[in-house]
Design a protein around this ligand. Structure first.
Ligand code: GDP
Ligand code: MG
Length: 761
C-alpha cells in the first residue's frame, strides 16, 4: 500500500486534515504538539487505498526536540511515497521555512495550503499557480476544516507519488552553495541516501550529522577557513536559516496578495486584551471555570431561586407528570443543563433497575443471585452510569474552551503568574489536559524539554481532577448540598477543583525549593486565533469519551463490582453473611485506624463501626476512580438497602446521603475523603503511564509523594473544616515554611542556578 505522510508546523491543521482523510476519531485541539504519538489511517477515495500518517508538528528538521526527531526520521528512514506538507496559508512565510528543508529530501512533496477559508474571508488571495512554478512542487489550496480541496490534494499527491523526485534547495545562490555541492557529490559517491539534505545539514554543522559522516568534516572546515563574513561569524546554522528566509521573502512571499486592511486590532487581539489581561486574566479564568461547574453540577440555574425564590412546589396531582416536571424545575429551582441530564439519566437507570429487579424476582432465583444481579452487577454499574451524561456535558464545555483557542491562553496567563514559583506554561498544557484524563496528559509531558519539569508535572497531573473522579465530587457535593440548605453543589465542586489546582502549584513550588531546584525553561507559544468551535470536532471528542466510559463501565467497573459484592456479602468461610462479618469488613477495618486523622477512621460510635466503608471505597478507586461511587452503592445496599424500598432513586447522590445517615460520617470528613481521592495515587492506568514517562528509579518517590501529599492535605482539610480556628495554626505553619525558604534562598538561589547550568553543559 502507498504511504503518505502529513508534515507541517504545529497548529497548521494536520490532525484536522488527518481526520477528514481517514475518518478517524483522533482528538483535535489547539495544543501545539498534541500529536506526539504516531497515528495512521487509510484514505480510500483514490483508485487504491493509501495509508496516511500524521507526523508530529515541527518548525524545522533539525533534530533537537523529540517531535523533530520523530518526523525527520520518519521521512528519511521510512521513505513515504509522498510527503504532504501542510502549510498554514495565513502564515505563509514562517511555514515555508520547513518546506524549504523538506524539499531537500529525495521524496515527492505536495504543498497543501490550508486554512484557505480564513484567507478568503479576510479578502486576501493566494496566487497558487505562481507559487507552484517558483517552488517547483505541486500546490493545492485546501480547507481541512471545511473539507475543501482535499480530494484534489490527494489526487495530486497520488500523481506525484508515481514518480521519483530528487531534492532541490533554495540555497543555490547562497554563499554556501559551493560547499554544499561538494559535500553532496562526496556523499553521493559513497552511496548515501538523500545526499543533498545531508550535505546541507553537514554544512550547518548539525551534531548528529557530523557524527554520522565524520569524513566530510574536513571539507566543511576547509571551506570555513576561507569563508569570511562579518554578520554570522562562521555560524553556518544561522547563515543557512537566514538564507532560507531571505529566499522565501524574495521569491515566494509575492504569492500572498494581501487585501488592504483597515487600521486597528483584529477581533482576536481585542478579545485577548481582556482575556489575557495582566491582572484580570486569572480571575476571569476562575469565573469561566465557575460558570462551567455551575452549569454542570449546580441545581439552581443562575441562582435564580436563591435570589428570587423560584422554587417549584406546584403539584399537578399526577405523579408521573410531577416527576417529569421535577426534572427541569424542582424545589431547588430551575435545573441547570447538567442537573437536567443527571435527573433524566437517574430516571432511566431507575426504570431499568426496576425491570431487572422484577425480572429476577420472576425467575425465582436464589436470594444471593438476585442480590448479585440487582446490587452487584446492575446497581454498581448504574451508579457510575448515572453521572455519565453530566460528565459528558462537562467535557463538552471544556472542549469548547479548548477548541476555541482559550485554553492556550490559559497556559499563557498561568505561565506569567507562576513562572516565579518554578512553573512554566508549557507544563500547564498537560495539567489542563488532565481535566479529561491523566493518561494522555502524562504522555504529553514528553514534549517538556527539561527532565525536572517533566518529573514534577507527572507528579501533580492527578491533582487536576479527571473525568473519572468527577462523579465522586458530584455525588459528595450533591449530597451535602441537599442535606444542608444554602450550600450550592456547583460552587462546592468548583472549589474542590480549584483546591486541586492550588495544590499542584504549591507542590511544584515546594519541589523547586527542595529536590528539584533549577531554572524554568522558556515558554514560547504561538497563540492561535480564536475561532468558533467546530461541531464536528466536539462531537468526535464526546463520542470518544462516551465510548471510553461505557466500555470501562461494562468491563473494569463491572468486574470490580462483582468482586466487591462477593467480598461484602460473604465471610472467610464463604458463607453469605451480613456486611459486618464480611471479608471486606475485615480488610477495611484493618486499615481503618490510619484514616482517623482524615475524619473517616474512628470517631463517633457509628463511625467506629462503619468507617471502614470509606477505606474500602478509596482502595477500590485505585483500579478505576469510578469504583468509589460503585462501592458506595454496593455497601449502601449491604447496609440495609436504599433502592430496595420502592421509589428510592439509586443515583450516586442518594447513596452518599444514605451513607451519611448510616455511618455518621460528617460533611467535613466527606470533603476530606474527596480530597484524599483527588490527590492520592491515581488509577492503575494513570499510575502505569506516569511510571513509563518518569526516568528510572523516580516512580517509588512519586508513589510516596502521592500518598504523603494526599494524607497530609486531607487531614488538614478535615481538621480546619471541623474546627475553624485551627485555620490560624495551619496558616501560621505555612507562613513559617515560606519564610524559611525565603531566608534560605537569599544568596543561595544563584548558586543553585549556576550548578544547574554547569550540569547541563
Ligand atoms: P495540528 O496541530 O497541525 O494537528 O493542527 P490541528 O488539526 O489540531 O488544528 C489546529 C486548529 O486549527 C484547530 O482548532 C482546527 O480547528 C483549526 N483548523 C484546522 N484546519 C483549518 C482550516 O482549514 N480552516 C480553519 N478556519 N481552521 C482550521
Ligand atoms: Mg495535531
Amino acid at each position: 500500500m502507498l504511504k503518505f505522510a502529513l508534515a507541517g508546523n504545529p497548529n497548521c491543521g494536520k490532525t484536522t486534515l488527518f481526520n477528514a482523510l481517514t475518518g478517524s476519531t483522533a482528538h483535535v485541539g489547539n495544543w501545539p504538539g498534541v500529536t506526539v504519538d504516531k497515528r495512521e489511517g487509510v484514505y480510500k477515495k483514490l483508485s487504491e487505498p493509501v495509508a496516511v500518517v500524521d507526523l508530529p508538528g515541527i518548525y524545522s528538521l533539525s533534530p533537537y526536540t523529540p517531535e523533530e526527531v520523530i518526523s525527520r526520521n520518519f521521512i528519511l528512514d521510512e521513505k513515504p511515497d509522498c510527503v504532504i506538507n501542510i502549510v498554514d496559508a495565513t502564515n505563509l512565510e514562517r511555514n515555508l521555512y520547513l518546506t524549504t528543508q523538506i524539499m531537500e529530501i529525495d521524496v515527492p512533496v505536495v504543498l497543501a495550503l490550508n486554512m484557505i477559508d480564513v484567507v478568503k474571508k479576510s479578502g486576501d488571495k493566494i496566487d497558487a499557480a505562481t507559487l507552484e512554478k517558483k517552488i517547483g512542487l505541486p500546490v493545492v489550496q485546501i480547507s481541512a476544516l471545511k473539507d475543501e480541496g482535499i480530494d484534489e490534494l490527494m489526487q495530486r499527491a497520488y500523481e506525484a507519488a508515481q514518480e521519483k523526485r530528487s531534492g532541490s534547495t533554495v540555497l543555490e545562490s547562497s554563499p554556501l552553495a559551493h560547499v554544499i555541492d561538494d559535500v553532496k557529490i562526496a556523499l553521493r559517491c559513497k552511496g548515501v541516501d538523500n545526499p543533498l539534505f545531508h550535505a546541507v545539514k553537514l554544512a550547518e554543522g548539525d551534531e548528529i550529522e557530523v557524527a554520522a559522516h565524520p569524513d566530510t568534516v574536513g571539507m566543511v572546515d576547509e571551506f570555513k577557513k576561507q569563508f569570511k563574513d562579518s554578520v554570522f561569524e562562521g555560524d553556518f546554522e544561522a547563515l543557512v536559516a537566514d538564507a532560507r528566509y531571505k529566499y522565501i521573502s524574495a521569491n515566494f512571499s509575492a504569492a500572498f496578495v494581501r487585501a488592504p486592511r483597515k487600521e486597528g486590532l483584529t477581533k482576536s487581539d481585542k478579545a485577548d486584551r481582556v482575556l489575557t489581561h495582566r491582572i484580570w486574566g486569572i480571575p476571569l479564568f476562575l469565573v469561566i471555570l465557575l460558570a462551567v461547574f455551575h452549569l454542570t453540577f449546580g441545581e439552581d440555574l443562575l441562582y435564580l431561586n436563591a435570589i428570587f425564590g423560584f422554587a417549584n412546589d406546584v403539584s399537578t396531582g399526577n405523579a408521573v407528570l410531577d416527576a417529569f416536571v421535577a426534572v427541569f424545575y424542582s424545589s431547588a429551582g430551575v435545573s441547570t443543563p447538567g442537573a437536567i441530564l443527571f435527573n433524566l439519566m437517574g430516571f432511566c437507570t431507575d426504570q431499568i433497575g426496576g425491570l431487572i429487579g422484577r425480572g429476577m424476582e420472576a425467575t425465582g432465583a436464589a436470594p444471593w443471585a438476585q442480590g448479585l444481579v440487582n446490587d452487584g452487577i446492575w446497581g454498581g454499574v448504574a451508579s457510575v452510569l448515572s453521572f455519565v451524561p453530566q460528565i459528558l456535558f462537562l467535557f463538552l464545555l471544556i472542549s469548547i474552551l479548548e477548541d476555541s483557542g482559550y485554553m492556550a491562553r490559559v497556559a499563557f496567563i498561568l505561565d506569567r503568574a507562576f513562572r516565579k514559583f518554578g512553573l512554566s506554561g508549557r507544563a500547564f498544557i498537560p495539567m489542563i489536559m488532565s481535566f479529561g484524563c491523566s493518561v494522555p496528559a502524562a504522555i504529553n509531558t514528553r514534549t517538556l524539554a527539561d527532565e525536572k519539569e517533566r518529573v514534577m508535572t507527572n507528579r501533580v497531573i492527578p491533582f487536576f481532577t479527571c473525568g473519572a473522579k468527577a462523579p465522586i465530587l458530584a455525588a459528595v457535593c450533591g449530597a451535602i448540598a441537599s442535606r444542608y440548605t444554602g450550600v450550592d453543589a456547583g460552587l462546592l465542586v468548583f472549589l474542590l477543583y480549584v483546591f486541586g489546582m492550588a495544590m499542584a502549584v504549591l507542590m511544584v513550588a515546594l519541589m523547586r525549593q527542595t529536590s528539584m531546584r533549577g531554572d524554568v525553561a522558556p515558554f514560547i507559544m504561538e497563540l492561535p486565533a480564536y475561532h468558533a468551535p467546530q461541531l464536528r470536532n466536539l462531537m468526535v471528542h464526546l463520542w470518544d469519551k462516551l465510548k471510553h466510559y461505557v466500555k470501562k463501565a461494562f468491563t473494569v467497573i463491572l468486574a470490580s463490582c462483582i468482586v466487591i459484592w462477593f467480598l461484602s456479602n460473604f465471610s472467610w468461610e464463604w458463607k453469605m453473611v451480613g456486611m459486618e462479618e464480611s471479608i471486606l469488613h475485615d480488610i477495611g477495618s484493618f486499615f481503618q485506624w490510619i484514616c482517623t486523622p482524615m475524619g473517616f477512621g474512628y470517631g463517633t460510635a457509628k463511625l467506629n463501626q462503619f468507617g471502614w466503608v470509606f477505606v474500602v471505597a478509596a482502595v477500590t478507586g485505585l483500579i478505576a476512580k469510578e469504583n468509589v461511587i460503585a462501592t458506595f452503592f454496593i455497601l449502601a445496599q449491604a447496609l440495609g438497602g436504599l433502592a430496595g424500598a420502592e421509589g428510592q432513586s439509586d443515583d450516586g447522590i442518594a447513596e452518599v446521603l444514605f451513607l451519611m445517615e448510616q455511618t455518621g460520617i460528617t460533611w467535613q470528613a466527606l470533603i476530606s475523603f474527596t480530597v484524599f481521592n483527588m490527590l492520592t495515587v491515581p488509577c492503575f492506568a494513570a499510575a502505569a503511564t506516569v511510571r513509563g514517562e518518569l526516568p528510572k528509579g523516580k516512580f517509588k518517590y512519586t508513589l510516596a509523594f502521592w500518598l504523603l501529599t494526599s494524607y497530609i492535605a486531607s487531614s488538614l482539610v478535615f481538621v480546619v473544616l471541623s474546627w475553624w480556628w485551627t485555620a490560624f495554626i495551619v496558616a501560621a505553619a505555612i507562613a513559617l515554611v515560606v519564610l524559611y525558604f525565603v531566608f534560605r534562598n537569599k544568596g543561595k538561589i544563584d548558586l543553585g542556578r549556576k550548578k544547574n547550568k554547569a550540569a547541563r553543559q
